[in-house]
Design a protein around this ligand. Structure first.
Ligand code: ZN
Length: 406
């Protein structure tokens, strides 16, 4: 077999030992660079291997503060899992440098880098996993250090691992709500950086947090900048900007509605199938290749639109729609809900029939936070309603003195 990197003819299959000497790539990177199936590059004895703790040397050095801080950040990110006798941290191939950065600090306590290959029935191909692993019995005990320096290092590792940027706002989906609350209150108390809690975590006991404003995000990123800049790959998310793209989610819901005091038949209760397009424009995340995960977009659309409106009478869902549940006002109502979760929201389209639809572009989250929500939707919930002098006339109204006849 010929190596496509150094063009040498090799006696055996190409492997990581040769690649390390010849070009520094892993076998998976070599396969990606030369667009080859991994299956072709592996012997059957390299697939579905069981790792053995006797291949790992028990560390003689003790844990350092940096080891403790990196592990603490990764525990908060739920990035450390147990796999048999091993404690394992795994990251995708696009983040190999980041994983090796963890390894650089964690090797003193016995972690080793492994690229392992598994044939998986579901995918019908060999899948590679990059991990750093240590026998669980070698792991040092956790020491709590509450110095500000340690806290910032831990938060940087956490954000580097699970933080995402959407239209200038940092999102963190904490696997554990306790960690979320602790980080939120520490950052508020010591650094006046605020978070908004969003009820859309993908974790069962998790908490999705968004830096409340653009200013909160930039203050946090600059506070952590010297730590984040150190973490390869992760830093690309926070300091580089690439091409933008628009992703669209289509959804449908069936709702009833009526138009209060409409002169024609729309005054009557009637139903229909609404079709909707939710468009989100943002920078493409270099670590995922996505603007945002369609799974997240689908979850938000389901929770915030379909679950709220499907098989309901729109006029009774909320006071904002009780007078006129028109597609125009429905668009504003939905926009104000979604923008908190999707700050890249760029356009909504609602089809009331296949021939009639309404397109809406609302304010950015930043504008909404500074100028407040739409007054158009809030006439009947405004505190001003019922306060005018003219209302005196209601008390004098002859309506009060109507008598029942008969
Ligand atoms: Zn080579």
């Amino acid at each position: 077999m010929q190596c496509k990197e150094c063009n040498k003819e090799l006696v055996n299959q190409i492997d990581n030992t040769h690649l390390y000497d010849c070009c520094g790539l892993t076998l998976q990177e070599y396969a990606l660079r030369h667009h080859l199936p991994l299956d072709l590059l592996l012997n059957s004895d390299q697939i579905n291997q069981r790792d053995d703790i006797t291949n790992y040397i028990k560390p003689t050095q003790t844990s350092t503060q940096q080891v403790q801080d990196i592990l603490a950040g990764l525990y908060m990110a739920n990035a450390i899992r147990q796999d048999g006798d091993f404690t394992v941290i795994t990251l995708g191939i696009r983040r190999l440098e980041q994983l090796l950065w963890y390894q650089q600090s964690l090797q003193v306590v016995g972690f080793q880098f492994k690229q392992e290959y598994f044939y998986e029935n579901n995918s019908h191909r060999v899948v590679a996993k990059n991990s750093i692993k240590v026998p669980s019995s070698y792991l040092p005990p956790r020491i709590v250090n509450s110095s500000d320096e340690s806290f910032l290092q831990q938060i940087a590792v956490l954000i580097g691992h699970i933080g995402e940027m959407h239209s200038g706002y940092l999102f963190l989906d904490f696997p554990g709500a306790e960690d979320a609350n602790r980080v939120e209150s520490e950052l508020a108390k010591k650094h006046q950086i605020r978070f908004t809690e969003l009820d859309a975590s993908e974790h069962e006991k998790g908490q999705l947090m968004r830096c409340e404003t653009l200013e909160d995000t930039s203050r946090l990123i600059s506070l952590l900048s010297r730590y984040l800049q150190e973490i390869p790959n992760a830093c690309e998310r926070f300091f580089d900007q690439h091409e933008q793209a628009t992703v669209v989610k289509e959804l449908v819901f069936d709702s009833a509605h009526f138009i209060t005091d409409h002169p024609d038949k729309c005054v009557n209760l009637h139903g229909g199938r609404y079709a909707m397009n939710v468009k989100v424009k943002d920078y493409i995340d270099p670590l995922t290749g996505f603007v945002l995960d369609y799974g997240y977009l689908k979850r938000i659309a389901k929770q915030k639109i379909v679950d709220e409106l499907d098989h309901h009478n729109l006029n009774y869902v909320t006071a904002e729609l009780s007078w006129r549940s028109s597609t125009e006002l429905l668009n504003i109502f939905i926009w104000e809900k979604l923008i908190e979760y999707l700050p890249g929201l760029t356009e909504l389209q609602i089809y009331e029939t296949s021939q009639s639809h309404c397109t809406f572009v609302g304010p950015s989250l930043d504008e909404l936070q500074k100028k407040g929500k739409s007054s158009l939707l809030r006439y009947f919930v405004s505190d001003e309603l019922g306060k005018s002098q003219l209302r005196n006339l209601l008390s004098q109204s002859s309506l009060r003195r109507l008598k029942v006849i008969g």
